[in-house]
Design a protein around this ligand. Structure first.
Ligand code: G3P
Ligand code: CA
Length: 221
């Protein structure tokens, strides 16, 4: 099977991360899947941004959870783009590409599921580093595809994935081995690695038989 081409935070290497413009760019680059990060803001909407701290990537200050949607919408990224809501992203991509929603922060599982009510589950993959958040999600929806993220513990991720009946494990790319990938495949679990931008590393990971690669430059995949 061909390795899945996954745009990281849209197409972060080309256009400001987690913006509608970056997502449009990823779609132009014909990705199979687009990854975004979501946080809850004070008024209960889901907004698409990586850092809880607004000052890191936008004209705002303070943290996302302390701001209303109107405040979040008044901020701009350094390139002048707005922070989108999850609903705006869903409207943009419809079912043209698979969307990987990474849950950032506690309490995101239930609102994300509500937002996805009219969206086909076959076009969604929900991931998190938080096992608690993935467990909440699973208790609310036994079917929706989920993925376990890990940056340092493959064995734990494997146990959690089995427990959750996860679709995939998303490890930091430097951790994976051929044996780990083969173990996952024997258990019907896909392995999508992040975040890989250098062509020689992309080639090496493909030779290990990973199922998908997240890249800021998905055109390099
Ligand atoms: O989902 C893969 C990757 O995005 C996880 O790390 O910090 O870029 O959200 P991070
Ligand atoms: Ca992410």
């Amino acid at each position: 099977m061909a390795t899945l081409k996954i745009g990281h935070r849209g197409a972060k290497g080309h256009v400001a991360e987690n913006t509608l413009e970056s997502i449009k760019k990823a779609m132009l680059l014909k990705v199979d899947m687009i990854e975004i990060d979501v946080h809850l803001c004070k008024t209960g909407e889901l907004v698409v941004i990586h850092d809880e701290e607004l000052g890191n990537t936008t004209s705002g200050n303070g943290v996302v959870s302390d701001k209303s949607l109107a405040q979040i919408k008044s901020f701009r990224t350094r390139e002048g783009y707005q922070i989108p809501t999850l609903s705006e992203v869903l409207e943009l991509i419809q079912d043209k590409v698979i969307l990987n929603i990474e849950l950032k922060g506690e309490g995101t599982a239930e609102p994300v599921l509500k937002c996805l009510q009219k969206f086909p589950e076959s076009k969604i993959l929900i991931s998190s580093f938080s096992f608690n958040e993935l467990m909440s999600l699973r208790s609310l929806n036994p079917e929706i595809p989920v993925a376990v993220l890990t940056e340092n513990d493959l064995s734990m991720a494997f146990l959690q994935a089995r427990h959750l009946k996860a679709f995939s494990i998303h490890p930091y790319y430097k951790m994976v081995t051929r044996d780990f990938i083969a173990d996952c495949h024997r258990n019907d679990i896909k392995v999508y690695v992040w975040t890989v931008n250098k062509p020689e590393k992309i080639k090496k990971l493909k030779s290990l038989d990973v199922d998908g690669i997240f890249s800021d430059f998905p055109d390099r995949l």
